[in-house]
Design a protein around this ligand. Structure first.
Ligand code: AMP
Ligand code: MG
Length: 395
């Protein structure tokens, strides 16, 4: 199954199972959440015309070029008096323009005479250095649509409009399970044939960045009865996310248990690293089974499960930005799967890690993102290739 098709199917499944619940949270708690309702400005921004400079406000229509006396000083945060005809007002950045003024000259272009009057040294124009009322936003305008992910910029924007609380989508509850008799948690000694569980940490911390509430189901032994029990005990979650144990190997008990108690589709993805990906349901709860090799887990989560989870929260823009960068490598052998090579940019070229084995997570730690090499393509040194930075995928 081509990667695009898998993504399309997953997004359609996500749209069919939206996280419908919403809650109201304080701005301080809204980081990483998804806006549940469009945000409509309740005020004009700025609410009144104000000065973009430290300088002098005057009314050009009444001015013949003469030096003007200063009739008031207006600081930011203070209400001005209407401008007295035949005068100017000392004004500071962000201070409201006095009624009647239509121009601000910056102080660098003004000369204060001995008698206190101000002479303007440069030609002046109406509206110069004036930020008009509503120039950024008008009351009633939609400033963010439902489905917007709230990061520092969006929260800053909500704050400029005075919103203290926002309606957001409930955090998706995601159960993470790692399968495999070989797995041991870091901190414990390794027995013969055992390896440390890396996927659990990778996914739990990644899911937290994506605003999910994680139900950490730990390590699931390769045993059918225990697998049944584990699934039955997961409780109320929106997604079961597992790694390993879902290909066609003899120890793939998760697949067996899902076939018994739910439904399961095994997708053979044209993706490398990756390939086997499971989508199914267990008692109505969607299950995504990612391949167990850590680099495969990384790539399939980033490119498929992440957009799925975002779309379930109503996020429209789930595709990561990608950039065309000259290849700093030769890829002479066309593949029949789309490869995501762990890569970093050096001297304006994208270089790939020497060992692209799906078991090597170190490749990704060295890298800054992945290069996409399409099926059948043979990019050469200097040719443009698509590069997706991890920063696009991890948040
Ligand atoms: P499986 O799909 O269960 O056959 O796993 C494929 C490969 O990924 C095997 O080499 C596993 O040992 C490895 N693997 C599976 N789960 C994890 C995990 N949580 N952490 C590290 N390696 C894993
Ligand atoms: Mg296994």
């Amino acid at each position: 199954m081509p990667v695009e098709e898998a993504l399309e199917r997953l997004l359609a499944l996500a749209e069919a199972a939206p996280i419908g619940d919403t809650e109201e949270v304080a701005l301080a708690d809204a980081e990483g959440r998804v806006l549940a309702r469009e945000l409509v400005a309740k005020l004009d921004l700025p609410p009144w015309p104000n000065s973009a400079m430290d300088g002098y406000a005057l009314r050009l229509a009444d001015w013949q070029g003469e030096a003007l006396p200063v009739s008031q000083r207006i600081f930011a945060g203070h209400a001005p008096q209407p401008l007295q005809p035949g005068t100017c007002a000392r004004i500071f950045t962000g201070a409201p323009l006095p009624q009647g003024a239509d121009c601000v000259e910056m102080q660098e272009n003004a000369e204060v005479l001995e008698d206190g009057r101000v002479r303007f040294l440069e030609p002046l124009a109406v509206d110069q250095n004036v930020r008009p009322k509503g120039q950024e936003t008008r009351a009633g305008e939609q400033v963010m649509s439902a489905g917007t992910r709230l990061g520092p910029i969006q929260l800053g924007l909500a704050a400029t409009l005075g919103f203290a609380r926002l309606d957001v989508v409930r955090r998706p509850r995601v159960a993470v399970l790692s399968t495999g008799d070989e797995l041991v948690e870091p901190g414990l000694p390794l027995g013969p044939g055992q390896i440390y569980n890396s996927n659990r940490r990778l996914l739990v911390s990644w899911l937290q960045r994506l605003g999910c509430e994680v139900v950490d189901a730990g390590i699931l032994a390769d045993d059918l009865e225990r697998t049944r029990q584990c699934l039955a005990g997961l409780g109320n979650v929106d997604l079961i996310l597992s790694t390993g144990g879902v290909s066609v190997g003899e120890a793939d008990y998760l697949g067996l248990a899902l076939r018994e108690a739910g439904e399961l589709a095994l997708w053979k993805l044209a993706i490398k690293p990756g390939k086997p990906l499971t989508f199914g349901h267990y008692q109505g709860v969607p299950v995504i089974g990612l391949p167990g090799n850590p680099a495969s887990t990384l790539v399939t989560f980033g490119l498929l499960a992440r957009p799925y989870l975002l779309r379930r929260q109503g996020v429209a823009a789930v595709a990561p930005l990608r950039f065309s960068v000259p290849a700093g490598f030769d890829w002479p052998k066309p593949g029949n799967r789309r490869e995501y090579l762990r890569a970093r940019i050096e001297d304006g070229q994208v270089r790939i890690y020497k060992n692209q084995s799906s078991g090597v997570l170190r490749s990704a730690a060295w890298a800054e993102g992945v290069v996409e090499v399409r099926e059948g393509s043979t990019p050469r040194q200097g040719e443009l290739v698509p590069f997706i930075p991890f920063s696009e995928l991890l948040g």
